[in-house]
Design a binder for this molecule. Sequence first.
Ligand SMILES: Cc1cc2nc3c(=O)[nH]c(=O)nc-3n(C[C@H](O)[C@H](O)[C@H](O)COP(=O)(O)O)c2cc1C
Length: 279
Amino acid sequence: MKDIHIASATCLRCGACASECPSNVLTQHGEKTVPLVAGTDMCIGCGHCVALCPSGALQHADFPKEKIREVDRGILPSPAALMELMRSRRSNRSITPRPVPEAALSDILEAARYAPTAENSRLVEVRVLRGEDIAKVEDATMRFFLRLAALLLHPIVRPFTRTFLKDLYRQAPALEAFRKRWEKGEHPSTCNATILLAFSAPAGYDFGWQDCNLAYQNASLMAESHGITQVYMGFVQTACRLFGRKRTARLLRLPQGHRLFALMGLGVPAMKYHRYTLR
Ligand SMILES: Cc1cc2nc3c(=O)[nH]c(=O)nc-3n(C[C@H](O)[C@H](O)[C@H](O)COP(=O)(O)O)c2cc1C
């Protein structure tokens, strides 16, 4: 049961909290009356009521004073600034071994936390992997795809599979290039990323894909604004899908019962893009 209280002495009776509450915990019966609070166990803890109340008369136990901030409109990006960031963002795959500054990583993770989640469930967890953990992911992915390629390119198998696995066969030269880089000690499938962020949610949760990928997008724009490159690790995710949930969870150190829904590679880029192409 959430403790929500409206101080009638300071309530302006505007009804903003009641009209915005997505769970109908706050209702206003008649204009210019103090909203009633009922059924607080239905509250999803989104904090809209606290954020909207013009006089601060509404108090919510989940949001004590130290968890509330005024919006600083002066530092919000203009639509043009935001558009330029989105247009110029690229999956820059030239990543240096230089470490991602901790302050940037902290902002990236915080940006992920502010993404919307279904019913404000906030079940998304982000695991941060570095060093040896990334090497294990890289090796598992490369070994898996090289074994698959060896099987598919086998002269007995090839004639039976090449028509319905056309897309896979098209990737064969790219995989060969990856193999050469991997044998030299590079990490081609994870783009030499120095950090991997594994976005996961409980396996049985209905909105894992949506919540994790919204968090991913928030994080990716924050990375871009810090000059940190991010690349979506689709190649690794495909391998993980085929590894199965248990092996994936072990490899990416996911929380108990969680499933992987998005994987981001981060790093300090070796070069900057000077222009963008129109889409
Ligand atoms: C679901 C998804 C999977 C992706 N997988 C990979 C990947 O495995 N390796 C890679 O280098 N880029 C990957 N990318 C990046 C895309 O190739 C890239 O977004 C696209 O080429 C457009 O380029 P841009 O992001 O620079 O605008 C992926 C992107 C998405 C959305």
